[in-house]
Design a protein around this ligand. Structure first.
Ligand code: GSH
Length: 211
């Protein structure tokens, strides 16, 4: 029995979207961040970090959206092509993209904007940090741009979970008013039409963000 905890954020949609891509039957527990729901004894017993998303698969409890997406692909989607097989060069490149997206496009840039703009009441005002974060995002996103000028998707001809992860930050950046290069438009339009994206987004954003 699979359960995915969390909703309404750019990180939680990754877990739901991957489960929808794989057609998995699971129970969504749509708790929001900063709603108090990540601090209940029940949730803390699952994830003492008090963060969403969290996947529960029987006795396995997994946090970190990139780890969840990859675990679901490895475990339930061996033939789906969404996560390249172990020990392949495609897997090495997949790992590279996921680390890059999580660190350079999420934690070091978009999340800095979130902390010091949307959540400035908690983390403090830091206009210089926000500007550096916007500049950093615009610089680092060029790598994805360069790749997508060569191939339709990050790893080549087919959509993979690396694209799912990239899309989550592209949509997040757009929501933050960062102007994306128009070359991303056909890529994003194509992926936004995937039925799994549409159903996962509908579910993920069916609760209102707390902030
Ligand atoms: N690196 C983690 C980040 C998880 C994270 O920071 N989640 C935020 C929401 S997007 C959260 O749970 N915040 C909880 C809270 O502050 O109450 C991931 O990608 O899963």
């Amino acid at each position: 029995m699979l359960t995915i905890w969390g909703g309404a954020t750019s990180r939680t949609i990754r877990a739901h979207w991957m489960a929808h891509e794989l057609g998995l039957d699971y129970t969504p527990k749509l708790i929001g961040s900063r709603s108090g729901a990540t601090q209940t004894p029940e949730f803390r017993a699952l994830n003492a970090k008090e963060k969403i998303p969290v996947l529960v698969d029987d006795d396995l409890v997994l946090s970190e959206s990139a780890a969840i997406v990859t675990y679901l692909g490895d475990t339930y989607g061996r033939d789906s092509g969404l996560v390249p097989g172990f020990g392949t060069r495609d897997r090495a490149r997949y790992n590279e993209w996921l680390s890059f997206i999580q660190m350079e496009l999420d934690a070091h840039t978009l999340y800095v904007i979130r902390k010091h703009r949307d959540l400035a009441h908690l983390y403090g005002e830091a206009p210089a940090a926000i500007q550096h974060a916007i500049d950093g995002f615009n610089k680092q996103i060029n790598l994805a741009q360069t790749q997508l000028l060569k191939t339709p998707y990050l790893l080549g001809e087919e959509f993979t979970a690396a694209d799912l992860m990239l899309m989550s930050v592209l949509d997040w950046a757009q929501a933050y008013g960062i102007e994306l290069n128009p070359m991303f438009a056909p890529y994003r339009d194509r992926i936004h039409q995937r039925p799994a994206f549409i159903s996962a987004a509908k579910l993920n954003f069916s609760i209102t963000p707390t902030d």
